[in-house]
Design a protein around this ligand. Structure first.
Ligand code: NIG
Ligand code: FE
Length: 414
């Protein structure tokens, strides 16, 4: 099966010449080619270049897509989501409008625990049905690779139910799905007075069941005051690493605890949130391989402070952006909306926002050798946008500009 995209008005390749991530000024290098073409065989990109260099014979037997009116770029990689959930939290949203904070709502038994009650009551089938609806909407908005976390079960059976749902979705859905175990998302009510008992349950029962069955590729911990402290986080992640899982951390979201330094020390693949990261945290990340994943939608939705994107980029830290899509802190799966917020509130340039949503986001999932740029040898995940130039994507917000999506070389019909 051959596919040819021709007459592309602007092709944004985000080419990295096999580099895993882009940092510093390189984040602005998005490899834009005008009047371009891309050839695909089966699911892989075989040629990228200018129309003038394209030999017409290479179009023989190919399905040809004319992209005269399109900007073409890599599919978005949403490297941080909690998209398997049940119920919704619009009442909490309304309470926040009335002045309540995310933390106050959590202290009153809302927040994560609110969704835990709904997930425990839902069957695996129900969770999958709802998640399928999100995944197909995300694909229509250009997301071709998504990470999905557990973390709303918080006991053995319900964490396993969530992970099995995620792994089954990965087998049957078009979207490339990466599963993450987040048993340490909150302390469940039955362990309220016995957090260390819950940490033991994660280490002694959950991880030994999940890791050998490959129900997750990553292990994540919400390292935060009132959730899991630095010591708990280190203990859980060290055991997870020994069990063969790669690491992620939710860190410095509400308070600066030093989770960024711990993530760097443990060689986590990514550390996410970072709204309250300190200068020492930035330095620790700059000296490590860990990707800083920023979640602009969370600061926007909770009206919290934004992560210091400029200081991170200028400090040489590879920055990714993701949605954090979940019913509490960001009820949006739109990567372009996250780009708009990153540009307006975090002062990232449109080019940096593109690199952060594609190549660097793929690196945050250890997938940047296959995804995140339009280069020969990479998987053919591309989106065709109905906009006059690439800057329009973050600029004209609130509209879905995705015209068509190509997933593993297949042009999807919506
Ligand atoms: O990444 N910070 C912790 N966890 C999620 C929120 C999940 C929820 O509120 O349900 C987050 O923001
Ligand atoms: Fe999250």
């Amino acid at each position: 099966m051959k596919l040819a995209l021709i007459n592309i008005k602007q092709l944004v390749t985000v080419a990295s010449q096999r580099r895993r991530v882009k940092t510093g000024a390189d984040m602005r290098e998005i490899g834009m080619v005008e009047n371009a073409a891309v050839l695909v065989e089966e699911s892989v990109i075989t040629w990228v270049g200018n129309m003038e260099q394209l030999s017409m014979s290479s179009l023989n037997e190919a399905d040809v897509v004319d992209c005269t009116n399109n900007v073409v770029m890599p599919g978005f990689v949403d490297s941080h989501t909690h998209l398997v959930f049940a119920g919704s939290r619009e009442e909490e949203f309304a309470m926040r409008s009335g002045g309540a904070t995310y933390q106050q709502i959590a202290e009153r038994g809302g927040g994560i625990i609110n969704t835990v009650r709904n997930v425990r009551a839902a069957s695996k089938k129900e969770l999958m049905k709802k998640a399928r609806r999100w995944l197909s909407a995300m694909l229509r908005h250009g997301t071709t690779v998504a990470e999905i976390k557990s973390g709303y079960g918080l006991d053995m059976d319900n964490e396993v139910k969530m992970l099995e749902a995620i792994v089954e979705l990965a087998k049957e859905e078009m979207t490339t799905i990466v599963p993450t175990f987040l048993g340490a998302h909150a302390v469940p009510p039955e362990y309220k007075e016995n957090k260390s008992g819950y940490v033991r349950l994660i280490i002694e029962r959950m991880l030994p069941y999940i890791a050998p069955r490959k129900l997750a590729e990553f292990c994540d911990v919400f390292c935060e005051r009132g959730y899991f402290d630095l010591q708990d986080t280190e203990e859980i992640l060290t055991f997870a690493k020994q069990s063969g899982l790669a690491l992620k951390v939710h860190a410095e979201e509400l308070t600066p605890l030093g989770g960024a330094q711990l993530a760097a020390q443990l060689n986590a693949v990514s550390v996410d949130h970072l709204e309250h990261i300190t200068d020492n945290g930035i330095q620790a990340l700059a000296d490590s391989q860990t990707v800083a994943t920023l979640l602009p939608g969370v600061s926007f939705f909770l009206n919290h402070q934004y992560a210091p994107a400029r200081a991170l980029i200028e400090g040489g830290v590879p920055v990714a952006i993701a949605t954090d899509f979940n019913p509490g802190s960001c009820m949006s799966y739109s990567m372009p909306l996250m780009m708009t917020i990153a540009c307006t509130h975090m002062k990232m340039t449109p080019e940096e926002a593109i690199t952060a949503s594609t190549l660097n986001a793929a690196a945050a999932l250890s997938r940047s050798q296959e995804y995140g740029s339009i280069e020969v040898g990479k998987k053919a995940d591309m989106i065709l946008l109905n906009i006059p130039n690439y800057k329009f994507l973050a600029y004209h917000f609130g509209e879905n500009h995705v015209d068509r999506v190509i997933k593993h070389g297949v042009v999807l019909e919506f």
